[in-house]
Write a protein that binds this ligand. Structure first.
Ligand code: F6P
Length: 341
């Protein structure tokens, strides 16, 4: 068969691992494999490159995506054009690594476009899979940053706030914050009480030289709105959140004897070579993708559940986002460790 591979939405470390593992195993099974450039844009613009063991070699160790991606180009209002353009590519099937935006955009074409899915989001909040690749790498960036910032926080008696990605889900802040034993972890799912938070920060003065905490970009205080930095016109989720670390640092500066400072990690969280955990996940998903293609199990996805990669219906990835619940074991663990959350 002629099989295309497409990466859609924001990048995440591990996308290249999927391209290499799925690409190589599909070629080994005798298929012709093509990479579609820049997500849906490549379909509209007929941009497809043949993939070979040679151009796939070594991709697994690189962040980003060899094929390029975009989180701006949708199919809305251009459905017929999209379908016609796709037909011109003469593909028998399409492997798609994407998030809810990419899969919802493709759902309407399920009769015409045969898809095998791979769940992708740096925020780790897709339903239907326990973890997404790239998440572990993002957590390691957060943890390394918090660990490093402790030295300067202690040297200057400061509270340093590290802002992480996470629009509506606090997984990156929670995972990275736990791994580095951050002093506080503020996440969108748990709006914080300003008075309680202030009391906690003031208490720290008694026994600490410095404080380092983590805040997800979508976190906010009780009764307050999330801070919007700017809008990306044409993107399915146009608002870009951010600024909470900056305003909290100022507020701490004003209200306490601590000096407040902030660091926004931003796209560094998506920029690092994938950890071994993420590499294993993408290798396993790539192999499962090939099996699904060989068996023509269209409409299925390679997902990670209970410690292994399995096949599940693609539509399970399109359920509402998987958020941090109030009684999640990691929340309880943070509380037991004395972390303000
Ligand atoms: O949804 C994934 C995500 O990385 C968010 O955590 C972040 O807010 C956003 O995408 C950043 O988008 P962009 O790459 O367009 O700046």
């Amino acid at each position: 068969m002629r099989i295309g591979i497409l990466t859609g939405g924001g990048d995440a470390p591990g996308l290249n691992g999927i391209i290499e593992a799925a690409g190589k195993t599909l070629i080994q099974s005798g298929h012709e494999v093509f990479g579609i450039e820049e997500g849906f844009l490549g379909i509209f613009e007929n941009r497809m490159v043949p993939l070979s063991p040679k151009n796939l070699e070594g991709l697994h160790a690189e962040a980003g995506t060899f094929l390029g991606t975009t989180n701006k180009c949708g199919t809305e209002g251009r459905e017929q054009e999209f379908l016609q353009c796709f037909k011109k590519l003469e593909l028998d099937g399409l492997v798609v690594a994407g998030g809810d935006g990419t899969f919802s955009g493709l759902k309407q074409f399920e009769k015409d476009i045969k898809i095998i899915g791979v769940p992708k989001t740096i925020d780790n909040d897709l339903s239907g899979t326990d973890f997404t690749f790239g998440y572990d790498t993002a957590c390691s960036v957060v943890a390394e940053s918090v660990d490093a910032l402790r030295a300067t926080a202690n040297a200057h008696n400061r509270v340093i706030i590290v802002e992480t990605m996470g629009r509506t889900a606090g997984w990156i802040a929670l995972g990275g914050g736990l791994a580095s034993y951050a002093d506080f972890i503020l996440i969108p799912e748990r709006p914080f009480d300003r008075d309680q938070f202030l009391k906690f920060i003031q208490e720290q003065k008694k026994h600490k030289r410095g404080v380092v905490g983590v805040v997800a970009e979508g976190a906010h205080a009780l009764g307050e709105d999330v801070e919007v930095q700017f809008r990306v016109e044409g993107a399915p989720q146009a608002e870009r959140f951010g600024g909470i670390a900056h305003s909290l640092a100022h507020w701490i500066d004003e209200k306490t004897e601590w000096e407040g400072r902030q660091v926004v990690l931003g796209h560094l969280q998506r920029a690092k070579s994938p950890t071994t955990t993420d590499r294993f996940l993408t290798l396993a998903m790539g192999v499962t993708v090939s099996q699904l293609v060989n068996e023509k199990k269209w409409g299925m996805a390679a997902v990670f559940r209970n410690g292994e990669v399995i096949a599940a219906p693609l539509e399970q990835l399109m359920q509402p986002a998987r958020l941090v619940t109030h009684d999640h074991r990691w929340v309880k663990m943070a509380q037991a460790l004395g972390i303000f959350i």
